[in-house]
Ligand binder design. Structure first.
Ligand code: PLP
Length: 448
């Protein structure tokens, strides 16, 4: 039974991330109690399919015994070792080597963090270090993309381009700049892929000029698919075109794969599919499948070597107490085993089924757009398909859709702009994928 005192404790003392504090006081907490595979059970005993893998992170699904065993064994053997100075632990070294082996191109060096926000933060510091080491300290301006999300740290939240993360915080910072998103469904240039690519390339070049030319620009950030902005999938070739501009103008290209990494879009990393190698790549979430916190920055050979040579015998002064945490690393190794042993393959098959299923909802009067790749998808809800009028008030926690889906046994993600997002665990069965689609249709019918 759900105890009232527990709800009161939460209401009185727990400050929830990305929540209306006053709204939460009114609604109270929705507690989850247990989970197995792709199913979560709330504190009242209600079972739901987790269509969002927690927060796009539990890629392996819940209750994977090999992961639990790896964490338990590591907790007994060595629950903590610092990565500072030249100290370390066996699982951290092994995980870094295996990740480097899997990473695209020459992303051979791995810097572990606690999650995605501090991974992004680390790349900002590494980029500054890199240009200083190259004797170009005036390259200190950063560009990212509207609708992008790059975390909630003081610096990363400025690169993030979602209004809720700026309002009241006086962000972004004056060295952070944005270009428009590729957002095909609502792009002023229409949805022709070549037109979208040409426009983005022109806008990036114009932005660089406006800032003072390439000699002022340190780095450009992209998500291979924009997640929190509403699962916005760029046209094929968009990322390669943006990468090419950065290569030509000697600007670091940083891929934020915090959501897209670790099989979310099909391959281990989404960049592989685009055939590009970023200068740095940020990851988190699926790295440990959400069982314990961990993120990782991948550095290419030339970024690593430039920083290393620049520092010489001195320390590169950037680190966290929990960088390369041995328990997180042990979990990362066990999760990587799962990806290699069929989880990626299952995710690819289930992703195709999910997208086909959601495309089957296109005939629904509320569905304006269906998009996605792999186990990352969205439907965009409108009240008028011609005018593309967004369905109002689908954002959590007020959303009727989220509540109805919950009652129908489905956890989904409702975004402010009328978008419903999907990121189920890669371990889903065909029947579970079909249920996610069926429960969505049921929920939409109830919303008409
Ligand atoms: N970058 C991207 C693309 C993300 O989606 C997120 C989180 O959703 C982050 C960074 C921040 O990661 P974290 O919440 O682990 O700090």
């Amino acid at each position: 039974m759900l105890s009232n005192s527990l709800i009161e404790q939460d209401r009185a003392h727990l400050v929830h991330p990305v929540a209306s504090w006053r709204g939460h006081e009114a609604t109270g907490v929705r507690l989850l109690k247990s989970a197995k595979g792709a199913t979560v059970t709330d504190a009242t005993g209600h079972q739901l399919l987790d269509g969002f893998a927690g927060l796009w992170c539990v890629n392996a699904g819940y209750g994977q015994e090999s992961v639990i065993e790896a964490a338990t064994k590591q907790l007994r053997e060595l629950p903590y070792a610092t990565g500072y100075f030249s100290l370390g632990s066996e699982p951290a070294a092994r995980l870094a080597a295996r990740l480097a082996d899997h990473a695209p191109g020459d992303l051979n060096h791995v810097y572990f963090t606690l999650g995605g926000s501090d991974a992004v933060d680390s790349t900002v510091r590494f980029a500054r270090y890199y240009w200083n080491a190259r004797g170009l300290p005036q390259k200190d301006q950063f560009i990212s993309v509207q609708q992008g999300y790059h975390g909630s740290s003081t610096v990363g939240a400025g690169l993030t381009a979602l209004p809720a993360f700026h309002a009241g915080f006086s962000l972004p910072l004056d060295w952070q700049h944005k270009i428009s998103s590729h957002y095909a469904y609502r792009n002023p240039v229409g949805n022709d892929p070549q037109a979208i690519i040409a426009t983005s390339v022109a806008e990036l070049r114009a932005k660089i000029d406006q800032i003072g030319g390439p000699e002022r620009v340190a780095a450009f950030y992209v998500e291979p698919i924009q997640g929190s902005g509403g699962v916005l999938v760029p046209p094929k070739g968009w990322i390669a075109a943006m990468r090419a501009v950065c290569t030509e103008l000697d600007i670091l290209f940083i891929a934020d794969e915090v959501i897209t990494g670790f099989g979310r879009t099909g391959p281990l990393f989404a960049c592989e599919e685009e055939g590009i190698v970023p200068d740095m790549m940020t990851t988190a979430k699926g790295l440990t499948s959400g069982y314990v916190p961990m993120g990782a920055v991948f550095l290419s050979d030339h970024v690593y070597d430039t920083i290393a040579d620049g520092a010489g015998a001195a320390a590169v002064g950037h680190g966290y107490t929990y960088s390369a945490h041995p328990v997180s690393a042990a979990v990362g190794l066990a999760v990587l085993d799962l990806y290699e042993d069929g989880l990626l393959e299952n995710g690819r098959r289930m992703g195709a089924r999910l997208l086909a299923g959601l495309q089957g909802l296109s005939d629904h009067p509320l569905v304006g757009d269906v998009r996605g790749r792999g186990m990352l998808a969205a439907i965009e809800l409108v009240t008028d398909k011609q005018l593309k009028t967004p369905l109002p008030a689908v954002a959590q926690p007020s959303t009727r859709i989220f509540d109805r889906a919950w009652q129908n046994g489905l956890v989904l993600r409702a975004f402010a702009q009328g978008v419903i997002g999907y990121a189920p665990p890669l371990c889903c069965t065909e029947a579970e994928i079909d249920q996610i689609v069926e429960r969505t249709r049921q929920t939409l019918d109830q919303t008409l």
